[in-house]
Every structure is written in C-alpha cells, then in structure tokens.
Ligand binder design. Structure first.
Ligand code: E4P
Length: 214
C-alpha cells in the first residue's frame, strides 16, 4: 500500500519523508489556503522534496479552463498529477489531458458509477472521499470496495486513492480491501506509529538493562 500525505505543509511533508515511508502527496485548495503562502512557492517547495506523485488541484469549473490550468501545473514537474473534480467538464478535461499524457487524479468521487466514467475518460487515479461519506451516515468504505471490484472487473488501469481519511481505522480498512493508496493528514500518520505496549516495552527493557549495569 502506498502512503500519501494529504497536506500542503512542507514541514510535515519533510518529516514524513524522513520516516522513509512517503510515496506521494495530495493537496487541495483548502489545504493550500491554510499555508498562507503563494501557491507557486508552495508547489515548488513540495516538488523539491517529493519524488513521487504530487496532486495539485485546478479551480476552473469549465473544461477549457481546467485544461489550461492543468497544463501549467504539469509544467512544474514530471511528477505533477492534476486533480480534476468529478463533473461533466471534469470528464471532458480528463479525456483531453490523459490523451496528452498528463496524469489526472479525479477528485470528489462519492459513487461507484462516477468512478466508471472517470476511468473511461482516462484518469490515472480515483479519489473516493471516505470521511465525508461517513460524516453523512453513509459507509464510506463500501464505496472503496465497489470501486476496487469495478476496476478489477474491467482491468481499468487506474489506482484508487482512499481520501478524506480521518483516523487509523480508515487506513486499516483500506489496507484490508487492498486499496492501492491511502492519502492521510500527518496527524493520522503519527497515530499509526503509536502503541502503548511499544512504549511500555521500551521502558521495561531499559529498566532491566539498568539493573544489569548496577
Ligand atoms: C484528497 O485528495 C483530499 O485532499 C482530502 O482527502 C479531503 O479530505 P477532507 O474531507 O478531510 O477535506
């Protein structure tokens, strides 16, 4: 399973990279706006640090605008993936961009049938938003299960990015379903490391070691 960080914060990205487990990064306009810096500065900082795919989102609503923005974003680096929302214009833009060899991440997917259309338009990544479905009393992980099944049925060459992840159980369930990628906030990644028995174990080993010295 590949681990992406869902953030535009360069310090968090650098820290996760130092852990040796970072495969890529996803951003969105909300995450970028939290950094209070110029968009281009943020992009350049992230691309300097991350070797894997970095998703950057367009803000245009019509396909022509999306394509124009996407081409500019793609020019920042070979590993840029353009995030396009799951709309009719998004599908049109995806068809054009994927035919040009630009990788697209279809974002804001909330139904399995949306994923069929995005896959047919040539997207490289499908991003179902799990937490936002859970927020409205729908079982988000069912969507991931359905999408994985559909991709398998038709051998669509897309990868699933489990997005809108809120806690470690989302990561566990995604891994059990065999999702290709989970993108998560740094805070969720930190929680994956921790187990109280690990801390207690270390403390006990060190205490026993001290006895030996005495
Ligand atoms: C994914 O690509 C999105 O950036 C993200 O996961 C959205 O998550 P949220 O529902 O926590 O905003």
């Amino acid at each position: 399973m590949k681990i992406f960080l869902d953030t535009a914060n360069i310090e968090k990205i650098k820290e996760a990279k130092d852990w040796g487990i970072l495969d890529g990064v996803t951003t969105n306009p909300t995450l970028v706006s939290r950094e209070g810096k110029n968009f281009e500065t943020i992009i350049r900082e992230i691309l300097k640090v991350v070797d894997g795919p970095v998703s950057l989102e367009v803000i245009s609503k019509n396909w022509e605008g999306m394509v124009k923005e996407a081409r500019k974003l793609a020019s920042y680096g070979k590993n840029v993936v353009v995030k396009i929302p799951m709309t009719v214009d998004g599908l049109k833009a995806t068809k054009v961009l994927s035919s040009d060899g630009i990788n697209v991440n279809t974002t804001l997917i909330f139904s399995p049938t949306q994923s069929i259309l995005a896959a047919k338009a040539g997207t490289r990544y499908l991003s179902p938003f799990i937490g936002r479905l859970d927020d409205i009393s729908s079982y988000g992980m069912d969507l991931v299960r359905d999408i994985i099944q559909i991709l398998e049925n038709y051998s669509f060459p897309c990868e699933v990015i489990v997005a809108s992840v809120r806690h470690p159980m989302h990561v566990l369930e995604a891994a059990l379903l065999g999702a290709d990628i989970v993108t998560m906030p740094f805070e969720v990644l930190q929680k994956l490391v921790k187990h109280p028995l690990t801390d207690i174990g270390i403390e006990r080993f060190l205490k026993d070691w001290e006895k030996l010295k005495g």
